[in-house]
Design a protein around this ligand. Structure first.
Ligand code: AMP
Length: 633
């Protein structure tokens, strides 16, 4: 089939198109209306239909391939490896669901999951889906304050966690961070369920903390039927950074998400039941939700959950997994591939990778060098795909399952089915022509699978995403882009204060707020600066309150360490800036707005752009001097 025709049908007759796609999943009750868009921009898909994500991911496969692999949990941190068949996965999910029910979790209740990459994390997500509870997974690398703000917003009745994660063989205790986060938050959960991996000591709070192994043992034979949910009931909340310091709870539905994932597994990832999918992300990110847990399982594939780094015990570890489990489709991020490229290719070449059909890369721009290198090594198509936490599945890519269109270096591809992607001129709001730079937007309704709203805040959903252009309600991705004459898009970076470090999305405001809490910080600006390995790194410029501390080099270094420690402690190491520089003033407009983009330009050796509004041009020169000083040392 021609992709252009397929795409056209999804845009011209979306209801028919998605009605057909909805047959890819199992429904308890078919929908009465495919799309309700009577209150734009809120789109309701498959209205009245009843289904369940856990049923589609697990139960429905038990009948036909119950003994086949479903979840393969590999940890090179604890040297453990375990394959759960669909039947075994179902039993574990039912046990976990029974435990949750016993702890008082009901339909619509929130369950916060703060866990390392262990099988129990997937059980917990699927158990929530099974009983209609709304999970909110928080990345294990986030620390107390990040966690507390998510607890406050989601108000979970239960938190599921573990004693510790592990990185590079070193245990990273979770429990004390969790206790601290709960103490900081105003919405204390009634219960905390803890998986004890034996990695770190835990002090249990009587009456609140429960041991997972003991409760599981008490529910070994539990049968918990799935709760059929109306398609538009929320399935999960996933927090993501934006322009303000307060992360947004991206809320997703049940039916639309299941259909979108099933379609993308067919047309984008070409996954077949019985094969193995390997996404190297973490369940704390959207890729983990869509393409570690739900997507592959909905397609009847085995999915690999990997705890560990890509270079331990050696840089061949991922490829040994591909060989051993005959992975057919692999999903990773450009940074990970850049890391592997620094090691001798022999680590990759010694494995039989003939099962692999394609490598999918997403989360950050894919540079030509990395793409060419890995394509050469693997001899399979490298498929870039561009999307966001908000959309849940690719906006731009090449849907090889529809038509084998060629990829183009530097471009994630063309608009995916269901997405009316446009480029608008930032000032006039008019549509851009070929090769003209504009803001990447999507005309409503967003297709199935995309966010329904900001959790608990419909107004914020409309104001944040749909109000960029006056007089025109379109969804803004907050990315710059251009499109060539053939419809291939190129992504040119964010229009807002969000930065992308190794494929992880971070809000510079959040980092600034954290740094500001240090007693000797008067003002701070955080910007994303180009980095060869990670794409971008965060760099902080700080004005101190008391200059004596930074009079000497040793004092500056000590204060930098203290500030980085604050960020580590509050937000987690994932948000830690690469450097902290001390400056006498920060470049601002006359109305007091920080000129972050000018600072970024100076850091990257580019022209800082239009400076007519700057209050004191010397402030940028001072930044230049500080940077030069550090380079020359
Ligand atoms: P996240 O919500 O964490 O997935 O981050 C989404 C953002 O990452 C997008 O808005 C883009 O800025 C960036 N991004 C994701 N995928 C790509 C890609 N394939 N190419 C370029 N940028 C990407």
């Amino acid at each position: 089939m021609k992709y252009a025709d397929f795409y056209q049908r999804s845009i011209v007759t979306p209801e028919q198109f998605w009605q057909d796609e909805s047959a890819l999943i199992t429904w308890d009750t078919p929908c009465m209306q495919v799309l309700d868009y009577s209150h734009p921009p809120f789109a309701r898909w498959f209205v009245g239909g009843r289904t369940n994500l856990c049923h589609n991911a697990v139960d429905r496969w038990c009948a036909t391939q119950g003994d086949k692999a479903a979840l393969i949990a590999i940890s090179t941190e604890t040297n453990t490896e375990r394959t759960y068949s669909f039947n075994e996965l179902q039993a574990e999910v039912e046990r976990c669901a029974a435990v949750m029910l016993a702890l008082g979790v009901g339909r619509g209740d929130r369950v916060l999951i703060y866990m390392p990459m262990i099988a129990e994390a997937a059980f917990a997500m699927l158990a929530c889906a099974r009983i209609g509870a709304i999970h909110s997974v928080v990345f294990g690398g986030f620390a107390a304050n990040s966690l507390a703000s998510r607890i406050d917003d989601a108000r979970p009745v239960l938190i599921v966690s573990a004693d510790a994660g592990s990185r590079n063989g070193k245990a990273i205790p979770y429990k004390h961070l969790l206790d601290e986060a709960i103490a900081l938050s105003s919405a204390r959960p009634a219960k905390v369920l803890l998986v004890d991996r034996g990695l770190a000591a835990m002090e249990l709070v009587a009456g609140r903390d429960e041991d997972y192994a003991s409760l599981r043992a008490a529910h070994l034979d539990a049968r918990v039927p799935v709760t059929w949910l109306e398609s538009n009931e929320p399935s999960y909340i996933l927090y993501t950074s934006g322009t303000t310091g307060k992360p947004k709870g991206v809320q997703r539905d049940v039916g639309g998400y299941a259909v979108a994932l099933a379609s993308s597994m067919k047309y984008n990832f070409c996954g077949k039941a019985g094969e193995t999918f390997f996404a190297t992300s973490d369940i704390g990110w959207v890729v983990g939700h869509s393409y570690i847990v739900y997507g592959p399982l909905i397609a009847g594939m085995a999915t690999i959950m990997y705890e560990g780094v890509p270079v331990c015990p050696d840089p061949g570890i991922w490829w040994s997994i591909v060989e051993k489990y005959k992975v057919t489709r692999m999903f990773s991020a450009p940074t990970a591939i850049r890391v592997l490229r620094k090691h001798p290719p022999e680590f990759m070449r010694k494995y039989d990778l003939s099962s692999l059909r394609a490598l999918y890369l997403a989360g950050e721009p894919l540079d030509e060098t990395t793409s060419e290198w890995i394509a050469g090594e693997l001899g399979v198509p490298i498929i870039d795909n561009y999307w966001q936490t908000e959309t849940g599945w690719p906006i731009l890519s090449i849907a090889k399952g529809v038509e084998d269109l060629p990829t183009r270096f530097g471009s994630p591809g063309v608009a995916m089915y269901g997405y009316q992607v446009k480029l608008l001129n930032e000032s006039t709001g008019e549509e851009c022509g070929a090769n003209e730079k504009g803001v990447v937007v999507i005309e409503g309704p967003l297709p199935p699978g995309c966010m329904q709203t900001v959790y608990g805040d419909d107004r914020r959903f409309v104001d944040t995403y749909w109000s960029t252009f006056s007089g025109r309600q379109v969804y803004s991705t907050f990315d710059w882009g251009v499109r060539d004459a053939d419809g291939y898009y190129f992504i040119l970076g964010r229009t807002d204060d969000v930065i992308n470090v190794a494929g992880h999305r971070l809000g510079t405001r959040e980092i600034e707020e954290s740094i500001s809490s240090h007693a000797n910080v008067s003002e701070v600006a955080v910007v994303g600066v180009e980095d060869k390995l990670k794409g971008q790194v965060a760099v902080a410029f700080v004005i101190v309150r008391h200059g004596e501390q930074i009079a000497a080099e040793a004092g500056r270094a000590a204060l930098e360490r203290e500030i980085l420690g604050v960020v580590d402690h509050q937000l987690g190491a994932v948000a830690r800036p690469a450097r902290v520089y001390f400056v006498p003033q920060l470049p601002k407009t006359r109305s007091g707005k920080l000129l972050r983009r000018s600072i970024q330009a100076v850091c990257e050796g580019r022209n800082p752009g239009d400076l007519t509004a700057i209050e004191d041009p010397a402030s940028l020169q001072q930044i230049q001097h500080v940077l030069q000083d550090c380079v020359s040392k």
